[in-house]
Design a protein around this ligand. Structure first.
Ligand code: CTP
Length: 406
């Protein structure tokens, strides 16, 4: 991560339970070669002591706006000018509201207002607070002002509730910061990603679907955005929030997904098929609910299915095809099956992952994958779906660059 060497990161810590993770974040940033200075809100000092962060950052920790001693050493304006990037992690809902409102009532808000460098925030809060429309409006305002958002992630929260609002894993935050300094490996590119499951109607109340959560596709969308791309997500039904800067086209069935993708092909530079598309759909879908009495033998019901069109293959075989990437979710002979799909689906790259293991893959936050292309492959360790995504996007950018040079 060359991009972080000698970078001056001002880490703003606000008062949430995830504040304790700042200690590790300081260490990770330093490991990448950054110099870190820490500013804490008063509430943050209730969760982690300034002394801990001072010892780790090897710099004084700033907490007061009107402290003559620290102001004479480094004023809020000097601190704002010193930074190459201001990162607020964790950012509470209150701090996000203050930022959106342009407040300057403590040291950190004042620095954010005075800073002319990029500002990034890693929100962490209860899922209901994150889902609240005030928070959503505030985030929208900040996004429109060009702030970078890292997370939040989904999962179990400190309060015992489950949902979106956890601090993004630190590795992904560090990757995100690194990508802010990159000139945008995919700047000017349009990335189209299919994500989530599809639903194949049996009748108006029943459907055939699968366990795909959409997490991997949405994480890839986030990583592509961070690399500077314009992103369109063609998504089946999921329970997760799409990255705010992505254009989202919601679909239900494989056929709807196929139709939406066809409309986009000519304007696509990179296509990534992550969706778990149903291979078959019921041959006929009646307008009325099917009654048991209508099933020929009510002990067994034979559904006749017909094959869906392959969306990925339709893209890879299109004239002037985009760089085309597929996913292969396999239970056995993972690499062999993935390499077969790479060839017969005419892909530029395929990401193989083993499914059936509950610690990784479908529905999990982690994934263990191998990325394969024509003449090579690279096995990735178990990583969060966000970290896997950054890596995949970096490999795609590298391959495109090589294609251009070659
Ligand atoms: N895919 C697609 N359209 C389909 C089926 C699959 O775009 N109708 C894409 C998926 O998004 C994924 C890749 O093809 O990127 C592999 O899908 P997978 O279901 O694993 O492979 P299949 O081709 O369906 O092969 P099989 O079911 O035999 O494993």
């Amino acid at each position: 991560m060359q991009t972080l060497i000698n970078k001056r990161i001002l880490l703003g810590v606000t008062g949430g339970i995830a504040a304790y993770k700042s200690a590790e974040l300081v260490r990770l940033l330093q490991e990448q070669g950054s110099e870190v200075r820490v500013v804490m809100t008063k509430a943050a000092t209730e969760f982690i002591t300034p002394l801990t962060l001072q010892a780790l950052s090897q710099n004084p920790v700033y907490t007061e706006l009107l402290d003559t001693e620290s102001e004479s050493a480094m004023s809020h304006i000097t601190l704002a000018r010193w930074a190459d990037l201001v990162l607020i992690s964790p950012a509470t809902s209150n701090f996000i509201a203050q930022l959106a409102g342009g407040h300057a009532n403590d040291l950190l808000t004042t620095i954010c207002l005075a800073a002319q460098c990029p500002l990034a925030i890693a929100p962490a809060m209860n899922q209901a607070m994150w889902g609240n429309s005030s928070t959503k409006d505030n985030c929208k305002t900040l996004l429109e002002r060009g702030l970078h958002f890292f997370g939040p992630a989904d999962g179990l929260q400190a309060c015992g509730e489950e949902g979106s609002g956890r601090l993004l894993d630190l590795e992904s935050i560090v990757n995100g910061i690194s990508s802010v300094f990159e000139t945008g490996a995919l700047t000017g590119k349009h990335v189209v990603i299919t994500a989530g499951p599809t639903r194949e109607a049996i009748d108006p109340v029943r459907f055939i679907s699968n366990h795909s959560s959409g997490k991997q596709g949405y994480a890839l969308a986030e990583a592509a955005l961070e690399a500077g791309a314009r992103v369109t997500l063609v998504s089946g039904p999921t329970n997760i929030e799409a990255p705010r800067q992505a254009q989202v086209i919601q679909v239900d069935s494989a056929e709807e997904m196929y139709v939406e993708v066809q409309k986009l092909i000519l304007d696509t530079d990179i296509f990534i098929g992550v969706a778990a598309v149903a291979d078959y759909r019921p041959k006929t879908v009646p307008e009325r609910k099917i009654k048991k009495s209508e099933v020929a033998s009510n002990a067994t019901w034979l559904l006749e299915l017909v094959r869906n069109r392959d969306i990925l293959q339709s893209v890879s075989n299109s004239p002037n095809r985009p760089f085309t990437v597929g996913f292969a979710a396999e239970t056995d002979n993972v690499i062999g099956n993935a390499r077969d799909k790479l060839t017969h689906k005419n892909l530029d790259m395929i990401i193989a992952n083993k499914v059936g293991d509950t610690t990784v893959g479908f529905n999990s936050d982690n994934n263990r994958t191998t990325v394969l292309w024509k003449d090579d492959q690279q096995e990735l360790p178990i990583m969060s779906k966000a970290a896997v995504s950054s890596k995949i996007i970096a490999l795609i950018a590298e391959a495109i660059l090589k294609d251009k040079d070659g």
